[in-house]
Design a protein around this ligand. Structure first.
Ligand SMILES: Nc1ncnc2c1ncn2[C@@H]1O[C@H](COP(=O)(O)OP(=O)(O)OP(=O)(O)O)[C@@H](O)[C@H]1O
Ligand SMILES: Nc1ccn([C@H]2C[C@H](O)[C@@H](COP(=O)(O)O)O2)c(=O)n1
Ligand SMILES: [Mg+2]
Length: 204
């Protein structure tokens, strides 16, 4: 995986990152409402919404050499190696060429976080963290009806376990930097969005 400096020297496709885009990481457990809220934030505040999970799903359906690996990792509720995910995010940011991104479902663990920083040199402006009890997230996922392979109860349980193990180090890291904006996500979609708006109005 090339670093930002190596990429610059090779005139590589990451040149958009030299513009130092504003990045907000959007975290929270499976079903906490990240995607739902990102759609609203993108509309109201002019951000481009990039979901790491959606990029990985699209890649797994393509002819990519990583397709089968990604499908297997997702089925097991595990986390795809960072180099794959960071490359997809980097490519998407370059192709879209905008300067304000919501990155949904990333970084999932400390390895994701370090790889993104190392490769892009980008620090998030802040981290939005949707805090929601597991029981509520499970109810939402079981009712989601988007035919997602990983919304089966066996995989949901595995995703919760991975989330509970991998998310705390990421939140601790950004908390120490004063960058975490934690939101009670167990409320209605509209109530959660009211809190989200307050945060973006104060930050933008
Ligand atoms: N505050 C809420 N109250 C009730 N239902 C919600 C709320 N937010 C989202 N939902 C519903 O819960 C389901 C999961 O929401 P969403 O897809 O936004 O979660 P997510 O955090 O992106 O999950 P994943 O990590 O699995 O992608 C959807 O069906 C959505 O309509
Ligand atoms: N940084 C990421 C984000 C997602 N994945 C994989 C594993 C997840 O269970 C799946 C779905 O993501 P979601 O749509 O729920 O955000 O995608 C990953 O490996 N690394
Ligand atoms: Mg989502």
């Amino acid at each position: 995986m090339e670093t930002a400096d190596e990429a610059r020297n090779q005139g590589s496709s990451v040149s958009i990152l030299e513009k130092n885009p504003r990045v907000v990481f959007v975290l929270g457990g499976p079903g906490s409402g990240k995607g739902t809220q990102c759609t609203n934030i993108a509309k109201l505040f002019g951000y481009t919404h990039l979901s790491a999970g959606d990029l990985l799903r699209a890649e797994s359906e393509s002819d990519s050499e990583n397709g089968i690996m990604i499908k297997n990792v997702m089925k097991e509720g595990k986390i795809v190696p960072s180099e794959v995910t960071v490359k997809l995010l980097q490519q998407a940011m370059w192709k879209i060429g905008k300067d304000k991104f919501l990155i949904d479902g990333f970084p999932r663990n400390d390895e994701n976080r370090a790889a993104f920083e190392n490769v892009t040199g980008i620090e998030p402006a802040f981290v939005l963290y949707f805090d929601c009890p597991v029981e509520e997230m499970e109810r939402r996922l079981l009712n989601r009806n988007q035919a997602r392979e990983d919304d089966k109860i066996e995989t949901i349980k595995k995703r919760f376990k991975v989330f509970l193990e991998s998310n705390p180090p990421v939140i601790s890291y950004y908390s120490e930097k004063g960058k975490v904006r934690k939101i009670d996500a167990a409320r209605s979609i509209d109530q959660v969005f009211e809190s989200v708006k307050t945060i973006f109005e104060a930050q933008d």
